[in-house]
Design a protein around this ligand. Structure first.
Ligand SMILES: [Zn+2]
Length: 307
């Protein structure tokens, strides 16, 4: 048995200079066709029973959509026309409070303002004269122009989380109205009800935080806030799983996995790259997942997962 879990975020036909890198609806359709040549699609409930011991032979694929973006409801319709199931991992605070998660604020900023301007703006708010950029910055961000390299290094390694939040918040307020943008970007409670009725709904945190950086209490608070909102609006007993926000090594730890297991989910999804073998079911709260770009039919053109 092999299990490929593929992750999507933005699905839209607009294109941008940076910040937001969507797959178009026709690319999604083509990728589903490409994947279907190698894999049998499964729903989250089927994966839950496979993890529980209902093992069968074959190559399986679970499509996942993170963040609770409104446009994913149109992707759902496309998938339903093809008879393909999927899982939708929803971040709840933005829907409840009409706010925008920092990660989406930054995407929106970078899709509307050139990186060089952003770098200069940060320079008007903080002293950047003492920032030293590493010798290997070129290889760190291989495909970016120089100003984007500096901006990314600044955001990822120099600014503290609090400084970054403050700067991103200020920049976002310059380019958008938070409540209006939130209402256009995210699903609403009717969408959650629909996903719940299909049994496609999963947890993606309340505030979209890198859980491994929080205290155990913080992890619990964020996860429970998400669960209770999804159960209220999506129906009870329908949460099979969690997808950890960001999903990389800095966002996921054994503690995060253990706490999630304690809530009775069947599995947890990381962004640790790779295909899952039967042995990976021994650690179902650390399942591997690949980005749409690297999966068969993805932008990278990779054939690594064409098994
Ligand atoms: Zn996310």
């Amino acid at each position: 048995m092999k299990l490929l879990i593929v992750n999507f975020h933005y699905i839209r036909d607009e294109t941008y200079e940076g910040g937001i890198y969507p797959r178009t609806f026709s690319e999604l359709s083509d990728q589903v066709d490409a994947l279907s040549r190698h894999y049998e699609f499964i729903a989250p409930a089927e994966l839950a029973s496979m993890v529980a011991g209902d093992r069968k032979g074959g190559n399986f694929c679970l499509l996942t959509f993170d963040d609770g973006l409104k446009e994913q409801m149109a992707a759902l319709e496309l998938l339903q026309r093809k008879g393909v199931p999927a899982a939708f991992y929803v971040t709840t605070a933005p829907i409840r409070d009409n706010t925008v998660a920092d990660v989406h604020k930054l995407h929106h900023i970078r899709s509307t303002v050139p990186d060089a301007h952003l770098y200069d703006f940060i320079g008007t708010r903080m002293d950047l004269s003492k920032v030293v950029y590493p010798e290997n910055i070129d290889s760190l961000y291989r495909y970016d122009p120089p100003e984007s390299k500096r901006l990314k290094y600044l955001l990822n390694f120099i600014l503290t989380a609090a400084e970054k939040d403050r700067i991103v918040g200020m920049l976002f307020d310059e380019v958008a109205d938070e409540e209006a943008y939130s209402k256009s970007l995210y699903m609403n409670t009717d969408d959650l009800r629909k996903l719940g009725s299909l049994d496609y709904l999963g947890v993606h945190g309340d505030a979209h935080l890198p859980l491994a950086t929080l205290s155990e209490d913080g992890i619990r608070q964020d996860t429970e806030a998400c669960m209770s909102f999804l159960q209220e609006h999506g129906g009870r007993n329908s949460l099979h799983s969690i997808s950890y926000p960001f999903g990389g090594p800095k966002a996921v730890s054994q503690t995060v996995a253990d706490i999630s297991a304690g809530y009775g989910f069947s599995f947890g999804l990381t962004m640790f790259r790779g295909i899952n073998e039967i042995s990976d079911f021994d650690t179902p709260f650390l399942l591997k997942r690949v980005d749409t770009n690297d999966a068969p039919g993805g932008k990278s053109g990779s054939t690594e997962y064409c098994i």
